[in-house]
Design a protein around this ligand. Structure first.
Ligand code: SAM
Ligand code: SF4
Length: 333
């Protein structure tokens, strides 16, 4: 009988208890900052984890390594065949299950999520303008996404809106997005544009937290709210009458690697110990060969770099052409 039941700590003492699980690298959108230009090839279903493999590998993380939260992501998780089966099985692990989605298919799953007690929905939306939304996602789906956002709020889900801010694309909507946090009980999160394989990243397109705050201050008063140690976002509020918060995920200008508690598993079963890490640990291959994946998980965590996968430290030191990584859609954000 196995005795391992241990925290996953890296060499810097960081405890990892949060798994970001990608269940597909396929998507019904084509966001220009996320996907390489077409033709884009998705991983074949035989190379991806099956529904059963997703559950069994996740179970090892939960039962052997005290993982207490799984965020399901992708690609677009709601396009995955068997999504309902996957989430029902994961919910049986009795940990916090959350979802990141582009929102367009959410209406099909509200009832299921409520039945399973899933409350946390991060929904991506980068423009409140229909034609700009279409330009960014290459799909004319603004209204459907917006309807599903308002229905999520009405149904009482914990809703966070993810907004990737890029200079020249949607920086003129920062104040309008911020105003949503006054009107609705949600967290509006501005994400700095990050470099990944073939996503046309340029330093000049990144708008730092300092610049975003300057823009917001022209339209709104605000004050800082206390963050928690593992929060990747820095939270603010317009005033005490605000129903929600606005926040920044400032990966590029202010690192939050110090408190990192995240591990990633790609849809083809590779563990990544960092979003920006080049190292991948093929858990699926070992699982299919009947080998022990626990050892690999532990070894993989011990190889974690102090920050940004050891590839850069801040906006000034990043050289996007030299980064070794997958595209965001293949990692799972
Ligand atoms: N399809 C789902 C969605 O769009 O929410 C989940 C997967 S998506 C890869 C997860 C998150 O990563 C989204 O909020 C998306 O906006 C964000 N993202 C993708 N590429 C990014 C980039 N280059 N920089 C910053 N955030 C990015
Ligand atoms: Fe698809 Fe999400 Fe990437 Fe957009 S950000 S292309 S919705 S995976």
């Amino acid at each position: 009988m196995r005795t391992i039941n241990t925290d996953l700590r890296d060499t810097f003492g960081r405890k990892h208890d949060y798994l970001r699980l990608s269940i597909t690298d396929s998507c019904n959108f084509r966001c220009l900052y996320c996907m390489p230009d077409e033709p884009f090839t998705c991983t074949s279903s035989s190379e991806q984890m099956s529904n059963e493999e997703i559950f069994e590998i996740s179970k090892v993380f939960v039962e052997r390594f005290n993982i207490n939260k799984i965020r399901i992501t992708g690609g677009e998780p709601l396009v995955r065949n068997g999504f309902s089966t996957i989430i029902e099985k994961l919910a049986s692990l009795n940990i916090n299950i959350a979802l990141t989605t582009n929102g367009v298919l959410l209406h099909k799953y509200f009832d299921l999520f409520q039945k399973l007690g899933i409350k946390d929905l991060n929904i991506s939306i980068d423009s409140l303008d229909r034609s700009k939304f279409k330009h960014i996602t290459k799909r004319d789906q603004f209204q459907n996404v917006w309807n599903n956002i308002t229905e999520s709020i009405d149904r009482g889900f914990n809703v966070k809106l993810n907004v990737v801010v890029m200079r020249g694309f949607n920086d003129n909507e920062i104040a309008a997005f911020t105003a949503l946090s006054y009107q609705y009980p949600i967290e509006v999160r501005f994400i700095e544009f990050m470099p990944f394989s073939e996503n046309a990243w340029e330093k000049d397109k990144v708008i730092s937290i300092a610049e975003m705050l300057r823009i917001i201050s022209e339209y709104h008063d605000y004050y800082k709210v206390q963050d928690n140690i593992h929060d990747t976002s820095r939270k603010y509020k317009i005033n005490d009458k605000s129903k929600g918060f606005f926040a920044f995920i400032s990966t590029m200008s202010h690192s939050f690697c110090e408190g990192c508690n995240r591990i990633r598993l790609t849809s083809d079963g590779k563990m990544k110990n960092c979003l920006f890490g080049a190292d991948e640990f093929d858990l699926l291959k070992m699982f299919r060969e009947g080998k022990d994946i626990e050892n690999s998980i532990q070894k993989g965590i011990l190889k974690k770099h102090k920050e940004k996968g050891g590839q850069f430290s801040d906006l000034e030191t990043v050289c996007s052409k030299e980064l070794v990584n997958r595209s965001m859609i293949k990692i799972g954000g």
